[in-house]
Design a protein around this ligand. Structure first.
Ligand SMILES: N[C@@H](CCC(=O)N[C@@H](CS)C(=O)NCC(=O)O)C(=O)O
Length: 217
């Protein structure tokens, strides 16, 4: 694997799905990076120092070349433009759109509905019980995974799209990890589960696993 040595600092958190996505992409590119952990359990993402970097108060953020990039999908697109080899997107325009649609299905239509701030609002401001919150999480994951199951069946090979690692894999692996953490029933999504199992054995994906990060615990 090719290695570069730019000064990259990833602000994230071991169990954050969006940080996990970004770590997978950085690892696929063979990039070395430093990590700064912001403990989401204590609200460290809203500390003034971090808000100065990312006004959204969310992880990840990537410091690079005197800039701060936010939004994991934008960070990964930047990585792909700046370090094109190996690519995170296939060559053809239609194929690229398919991969992006799989990634966006996770990034836009599953993950945001189950983010900590959304779940806290349901619990704390709207009085939802733990069971209702659990059902909410499972609902949005199952709805998105139902569509992904078909997309992966139609377009997948060894991985979610064909036989090379793509932006779709970067998004889907962490979302499945999160589904497992929340105890979501995955029996309706065998192709997705099997594909993620295969992906987990790939070194760049394996090295990005939350349990393998220094701040895990
Ligand atoms: N769309 C953003 C979402 C970032 C995001 O929601 N990050 C979560 C962790 S996975 C977070 O910082 N949550 C803290 C909170 O909700 O307060 C991205 O992809 O970067």
């Amino acid at each position: 694997m090719e290695t570069h040595d730019p000064a990259l600092i990833l602000h994230g958190y071991w169990r954050s799905g969006t940080s996990y996505r970004t770590r997978i992409a950085l690892n696929i590119k063979g990039l070395r990076y430093d990590q700064v952990s912001h403990d989401l359990r204590t609200g460290a993402q809203r500390a003034p120092d971090y808000l100065a970097l990312n006004p959204q108060g969310l992880v990840p953020a990537l410091e690079v070349e005197g800039h701060v990039l936010i939004q994991s999908s934008a960070i990964m697109e930047w990585l792909d433009e700046r370090y094109p080899d190996p690519p995170l997107l296939p060559r053809g325009a239609i194929d690229r759109a398919v991969v992006r649609s799989m990634a966006m299905l996770v990034a836009c239509d599953i993950h945001p509905l189950n983010n900590i701030r959304v779940l806290n609002r349901l619990r704390d401001d709207l009085g939802a019980s733990p069971e209702v919150v659990k059902g909410w999480i499972a609902h949005w994951i199952a709805q998105g995974f139902g569509a992904l199951e078909r997309l992966v069946a139609d377009h997948g090979g060894r991985f979610c799209f064909g036989d090379a690692l793509t932006l779709a894999d970067c998004h889907i692996v962490p979302q499945l990890y999160s589904a497992e953490r929340f105890g979501v029933d995955l029996s309706d999504f065998p192709r997705l589960v099997e594909t993620v199992e295969r992906l987990r054995a790939e070194p760049p994906v394996a090295a990005a696993h939350p349990d393998r990060q220094v701040d895990a615990g």
